[in-house]
Design a protein around this ligand. Structure first.
Ligand SMILES: [Zn+2]
Length: 219
């Protein structure tokens, strides 16, 4: 079986544990996890022309246009992926971006985390964040006494605005409309790996690793 470096991406709705799985996979396979946000920040720090362009958009509170974001991500990806492979999180977000990516980079695997909206809402609504150290907890894992104060630093736990049901539902709708069509796109190309994300972090991770190993990637 061919041993090859993993060039993968992971996508799924908010609350599906996408970035947690991304981190676990990148550790396990020894490849960098690259999120679009990180790549954009790095480009700004480098002070490149593209970085400056984004900086100006950020400063004026406007979202940078797709072409600029695409250009940065494709450039960074070429740099990091040359020999090490990658797990990409947060990009592409739509079929158009997936097509741009395909033009410069072979994607071996597109991991799609499936979760029903109701479950995503349940998970996100139960999140509490420490107002000071920013640690995130879930009410299901806290006793009533623990739900008020952070167990790490003792400060107050709050529910973030992002985790209110209305906001969550809006983001889920946008995910279904914009991002989920990538499922059919990658399936047609024979690289889709769909997994049920409604299981524990550990079970989900083990299932993904098992499936990836079957495909013959270097661990
Ligand atoms: Zn805290």
């Amino acid at each position: 079986m061919p041993r090859k470096r993993l060039q993968a991406l992971i996508f799924g709705p908010q609350g599906s544990g996408k970035s947690t799985q991304g981190h676990l996979l990148s550790d396990w396979f020894g490849v960098p996890l690259t999120s679009s946000g990180d790549m954009i920040r790095e480009e700004i720090e480098k002070g490149s022309t593209l970085g400056h362009m984004v900086e100006e958009y950020v400063a004026s509170g406007v979202l940078a246009p797709d072409e600029v974001v695409n250009a940065i991500i494709l450039k960074r990806l070429k740099e990091v992926s040359a020999e090490r492979g990658f797990v990409l999180d947060g990009y592409p977000r739509n079929v158009e971006q997936a097509e741009s990516l395909d033009r410069i980079m072979k994607i071996h695997l597109a991991i799609q985390l499936k979760m029903r909206d109701g479950e995503a809402v349940r998970r996100l609504q139960g999140r509490r964040q420490c107002s000071k150290c920013r640690s995130i907890f879930h009410v299901d894992e806290l006793s009533p006494a623990q739900q008020k104060r952070c167990s790490l630093c003792g400060c107050r736990l709050i529910k973030r605005e992002d985790d209110e049901e209305e906001t969550i539902r809006r983001r889920l709708a946008s995910y279904h409309f914009m991002t989920e069509p990538m499922s059919a796109y990658y399936r047609e190309r024979g690289v889709l790996l769909m997994v049920n994300a409604e299981q524990s972090i550990k079970q989900l991770f083990e299932e993904i690793v098992r499936k990836i190993r079957k495909l013959g990637f270097v661990v």
